[in-house]
Design a protein around this ligand. Structure first.
Ligand code: GDP
Length: 326
């Protein structure tokens, strides 16, 4: 087992912006060992007053839309043009199925990964969505305490992970392609409704005019949605990660959103609501873990499940019987 430090050693390292200590603390957060989790919670509690000072941006889009290329270009823009320190985190619960983490690919974000102002952390493969979500949320806090004032959380726009990411960021950006059709892009309407902005990417070469007409189409479609609680109407723009265009517009959109929502109180309300949601989720997860790790439940569950399968016992009676064991 890797060396463990005292909570104060982690905390002072993180607050000093020590990337090695930051990585070690994130490893604790990702660990399943109860002693590591206790240590992680102590560290998080201690750095919490130093967190919260970043803009948290969620980025989603189907595989191949250009997320990693965009994050590399946009990330460098944020660092060079906006003076940001950027952390890039990834939620990739699909990695198990696709056999190998699409987000852990070494060739992704090459220039960003060697930039001293950037910190990139792929999510560990093979974890459940709940596990990845918890560790990502806690990692955001650790990164903020280490001085990162922009956090990008990347996810693949095909499953439930967008909802989880939406619940932990301030601003949600959806990347799309021109002329691919919504079905083809696997984007559910719900995801479009979550977006604070849509960027039609790969708007370069012969694709520029197609991208511009897609922008008009999406902007029209979005106008039909009911006004969001934030008071913000989502914006659609075009960009190219390769030609490095449209980045200013996207950053301006994010800035406008922050100004509006900080003024009307939505920004703080959303973060408070997210914290509350996080608490309930943690409780639910804890109850579930407790239940399934209980020895009697482990012993009796297979036989009782079999009885339900064979129609010898009702689902409700079986559940009640198991719940009584804890
Ligand atoms: P991801 O799966 O969403 O992370 O997509 P990638 O960033 O890996 O990009 C998928 C492919 O699209 C790669 O071959 C990229 O080179 C290409 N690509 C990404 N962004 C652009 C862009 O702005 N313009 C063009 N022409 N190609 C792009």
């Amino acid at each position: 087992m890797a060396k463990r430090f005292s909570p104060d050693q982690y905390v002072s390292g993180i607050l000093a912006g020590d990337r090695v200590m930051l990585s070690r603390a994130i490893t604790l957060v990702e660990s399943k060992l109860p002693t590591d989790q206790d240590l992680a919670q102590t560290v998080i509690d201690k750095v919490l007053p130093h967190s919260g000072n970043s803009v948290r941006i969620g980025i989603t889009g189907v595989p191949g839309v250009g997320k990693s290329t965009f994050i590399e270009t946009f990330g460098n823009y944020l660092i060079q043009e906006q003076g940001k320190k950027l952390a890039v985190l990834a939620i990739d619960p699909t990695s198990q199925r696709s056999g190998g983490s699409i987000l852990g690919d070494k060739t992704r974000m090459e220039s960003l990964s060697i930039n001293q102002q950037a910190y990139i952390r792929p999510s560990p493969a093979g974890k459940s969505l709940g596990g990845v979500t918890r560790s990502t949320r806690e990692t955001i806090i650790l990164c903020e305490a280490a001085g990162f004032d922009a956090v990008i959380v990347e996810t693949v726009g095909v499953g439930q992970s967008e909802t989880a990411v939406h619940a932990m960021v301030d601003f949600f950006l959806l990347l799309m392609l021109a002329g691919a059709g919504d079905e083809l892009q696997g984007i559910k309407r719900g995801i479009m409704e979550m977006a604070d902005a849509i960027a039609i990417t790969k708007a370069d070469g012969s694709n520029i005019s197609k991208a511009k007409s897609a922008r008009a189409e999406y902007q029209n479609a979005i106008h039909l949605y009911p006004l969001a609680a934030s008071g913000w109407s989502p914006k659609v723009s075009v960009c190219s990660a390769i030609a490095q265009t449209g980045l200013d517009t996207i950053w301006q959109t994010i800035t406008d959103y922050l100004i509006l929502t900080q003024k009307n109180g939505y920004f703080d309300k959303k973060r408070r609501d997210q914290n509350l949601q996080w608490m309930y989720e943690t409780i639910r997860q804890g109850l579930e873990d407790n239940f399934y790790s209980h020895q009697q439940v482990k012993d009796q569950l297979p036989a009782i499940a079999e009885q339900v399968k064979l129609g010898q016992k009702s689902a409700f009676a079986a559940a009640a019987e198991l719940l009584r064991l804890v």
